[in-house]
Design a protein around this ligand. Sequence first.
Ligand SMILES: C[S@@+](CC[C@H](N)C(=O)[O-])C[C@H]1O[C@@H](n2cnc3c(N)ncnc32)[C@H](O)[C@@H]1O
Ligand code: SF4
Length: 456
Amino acid sequence: MQQQIDFKKFATYSKAGPRYTSYPTAIEFNTDYDYKSYLLDLQKDTNPLSLYLHLPFCRSACYFCGCNVIYTSKAENKTRYLSYLKKELSILKEQMDTSKDVYQLHFGGGTPTFFDADELKIIIELLRQTFPNFSDEAEISCEIDPRFFTKEQMEALKSGGFNRLSFGIQDFNPQTQKAIHRFQDFTLVQKAIEIARNYGIHSINFDLIYGLPYQNLQTFKETLHLCLKLNPDRFAIFNYAHVPWIKKTMRKIDETTLPHPEEKLKILEYNIEFLSQNGYKMIGMDHFAKPDDELFKSIAKNELRRNFQGYSTKGGTQTIGIGITSIGEGSNYYAQNHKDLASYEESIDKGQLPFCKGIQLSLDDKIRKTVIMKLMSNFKLDFKQIEEEFKIDFTTYFKEALEELEPLREVGLLEKTNDGLEVSQTGMLLIRNIAMPFDAYLKKFSNDKKVFSKTI
Ligand SMILES: C[S@@+](CC[C@H](N)C(=O)[O-])C[C@H]1O[C@@H](n2cnc3c(N)ncnc32)[C@H](O)[C@@H]1O
Ligand code: SF4
């Protein structure tokens, strides 16, 4: 990065804001959007499918974790969950055209590898029976906690067609690991990666988090250097979303040990510089990939999309959320499953999908969603493209948002050209701030900091 960045100044831009894995954000999902409306939307969407399966169980709590997790070590919980998944899939088969092509499947958690090899095989078989038309080029991925990953599980995933794995690394610093209650040394991770590589997995992602207790530029450099020795194909380096008012386990983290926004900006800038020197390119807000990675190629094809898993190479799909708490996304809706096991099971026992709430997108939502997702994915905006797609005059429609962006433009976070907006290298570090003026729902939260995590 050539520019000298004034970290002190930009650290003051840190404010509460969405991560825009959806627009409208999940906080806008509501029960006015009812089951009947959802079924109609689910059925009329003609796009090919992307499947997300949530496997919620974890053996112990990582204090930083913002995911929807159930802590347990009991095997009977898995058996019961499996039996409900089976019923959910058969209801889906009754309610929608499950013969559409499947472009993507993702197992997320929780810890998918809480399920043993035989159980994973059963789940994969059930999915393939329900959705028989997987594309030959489907991306089939699973989140792996390296502390719980065996050769047998790898074999089950491989024989089920899995071709990408994402490993939760977080940080290698022992002091940080102690503070977040997640212990995994380099050798343990190295062994897990070896298993994956031995089974011919060519796409390996590492999840890291910056902003965790006791991290500073030096400690994070060391973590990154260690990671590089294992040569992952992608990195997802998340900004720690600290929301202790929502996630109780985060209250175990001593806030005085968290790095200051200025330090976090330095870490982020270092990540970008170090990874680009080592053959990775930044993609969207928090991802990095090698130039031959599909994620990177999808930018050139204009297919990169932001979604609940971060970024995806497949635009134009209908996402079906399966399992507790999962979120589905169609061309004009979002739909979320029940978050607690009792309600999830109750719906299924009634022969209904475990739908809990959602939102049907208005035309204004669709316009703003397109704008925000383009900014979050490509760091630029072509006004004409939006004007042609939605038959609007961009500068009139977004007069207020463009005015709100002026101060950010004046300090060099973005440029306004005749045709659109272009985010600068420094602006990339603050992309959430740049997207926020286009969000029509945010105004009501302006004085309420206890909704979203901080942008830095
Ligand atoms: C759904 S979790 C599952 C990962 C898997 N269970 C593991 O721990 O290895 C996926 C990733 O989300 C990230 N994550 C979880 N909580 C977060 C938070 N509060 N802020 C930022 N990233 C978070 C972590 O990097 C984690 O690896
Ligand atoms: S980070 Fe992974 S293993 Fe840790 S609690 Fe969250 S989902 Fe479970």
